[in-house]
Ligand binder design. Structure first.
Ligand code: GLN
Length: 447
């Protein structure tokens, strides 16, 4: 049995994939990524493949074109193995918001793999691919990477084109990777990064040689330890293993500096105001007419008015969490509340961004836990949205500021569950993330 078939068998148990491709998607190639297998989160377009975004709404939908990031991987010789499970429209931290059932954590199948890119994290962890693509709007790559024991990279906003990514919150959404090795993350980023004429927010900043950065020594780099990220609520094992990572960096010649990021306490509230506002606008396109599933089927005469068709299609097609966010977002954007919520939240976003600018005057990267806890149980937080949102406490700030961040496995807790440490660096300085990650990475799964 090939490695891939083995992982297919595990998929039945873990529900990581929504679609697995046969041999047809394996090109003969000599490109720089020849031999690399890639799984794609089902929020990224691949021509003629399904694109459900984890939603019932898009169950019948197939892509008409391929996302730039996916196309660049294919052009470089990578093979696409399938589309992975996710929280509906990338809203969630546990994968339990998928209309196709939750993915499960391969380390303990009674626990969540994290979300929203849970299926991709599992696919990378079980060896179903070398690299799995995910998206990170508030932590959806880093949190599941931490929970599943793999490397999760969220590049700088604008580093990788969003063309072909179904938008959740356009000013936060970032494409990135899951992998067992740092080398594969570096190679995939080198290929995917760079300007794309189809995405005006993709940056015209030169792409660095990230593979080479992995060999660069870290001596003299200054590491900031933001005190707001080491407060209460962190599990002792998480604290201990992040502390061990700090000690390794110090031993390798890094200098530790304590920094303060005073606006961190506003980041969760700020994130959930701004992203729900953007989501309510982005998801307006799912109306039962233009994409996906129409209530009453194709017989458009079934409902008396267009509005009724919209209403029924959206009522039937969207899950609870998506509806909750659309309603919150519509509320914060409504006239009378717009200035009180949306405008203020934009100002707070600026302050959070300035916290990073100020911190990076004193250090080259920040070291924090990725999450306060290891993977929680399925069902544990599903009826308490606030508890679920609080899981993103250490990850959302990087998206508010647009800076790159990575979650690196640093060991197992006393229950045998993976712990991730997060490194955050300046805009477009992914190279420093790779350099530092190499020093603290504890590979938990053979490559
Ligand atoms: N868990 C966060 C949320 O539910 C992050 C989602 C994401 O990054 N796509 O919004």
């Amino acid at each position: 049995m090939t490695a891939f078939e083995t992982s297919r068998n595990r998929n039945t148990e873990l529900n990581a994939f929504l679609e697995i491709f046969g041999e047809a998607r394996y090109p003969e190639s000599t490109g720089p990524l020849a031999g690399m297998t890639v799984a794609v989160k089902d929020v990224l377009a691949l021509k003629d493949a399904r694109l459900t975004c984890g939603s019932k709404f898009l169950e019948p939908f197939h892509s008409l074109y391929t996302a730039t990031c996916v196309q660049r991987l294919i052009d470089a010789g990578a093979s696409i193995v399938g589309k992975t499970n996710m929280d509906e429209f990338a809203m969630g931290s546990s994968n339990e918001n998928s209309a196709y059932g939750p993915a499960r954590n391969p380390w303990d199948t009674t626990r969540v793999p994290g979300g929203s890119s849970g299926g991709s994290a599992v696919a990378a962890a079980i060896g179903a691919c070398n690299v799995a693509l995910g998206t990170d709007t508030g932590g959806s790559i880093r949190q599941p990477a931490a929970f599943c024991g793999v490397v999760g990279l969220k590049p700088t906003y604008g580093r990788i084109s969003r063309y072909g990514l179904t938008a959740f919150a356009s000013s936060f959404d970032t494409v990135g990777t899951f992998s067992r090795s740092l080398e594969d993350a570096a190679r995939a980023l080198e290929v995917m990064a760079g300007y794309d004429e189809h995405d005006a927010t993709s940056a015209q900043v030169p792409v660095e040689n990230y593979s080479q950065a992995l060999n660069q020594d870290v001596k003299g780099l200054r590491i900031g330890l933001p005190k707001e990220y080491f407060g209460e609520g962190i599990e002792p094992d998480v604290r201990r293993l992040v502390e061990a990572a700090r000690a390794k960096l110090q031993k390798a010649g890094c200098k530790m500096v304590e920094v303060s990021m005073p606006h961190t306490k506003y980041s969760i509230a700020d994130y959930y105001i701004l992203t729900t506002a953007e989501a309510s606008s982005n998801l307006a396109r799912f109306d039962g007419i233009r994409y996906g599933r129409r209530a009453g089927g194709e017989d458009a005469t079934r409902y008396a008015t267009l509005e009724e068709t919209y209403r029924k299609s959206r009522t039937e097609g969207f899950g609870r969490e998506v509806k909750r966010r659309i309603m919150l977002g519509t509320y914060v954007l409504s006239s009378g509340y717009y200035d009180a919520y949306y405008t203020r939240a934009q100002r707070v976003r600026r302050l959070i961004r300035e916290d990073f600018v100020r911190a990076f005057e004193r250090c080259d990267a920040l070291l924090t836990p990725t999450t306060p806890t290891t993977a929680f149980k399925l069902g544990e937080k599903i009826s308490d949205p606030l508890a679920m949102y609080l899981n993103d406490i250490f990850t959302v700030s990087a998206n508010l500021a647009g800076v790159p961040a990575i979650s690196v496995p640093v060991g197992l807790d006393s229950n045998g569950l993976p712990v991730g440490a997060q490194l955050i660096s300046r805009h477009f300085d992914e190279s420093t993330l790779f350099r530092l990650s190499k020093e603290i990475h504890v590979p938990l799964i053979p490559e």
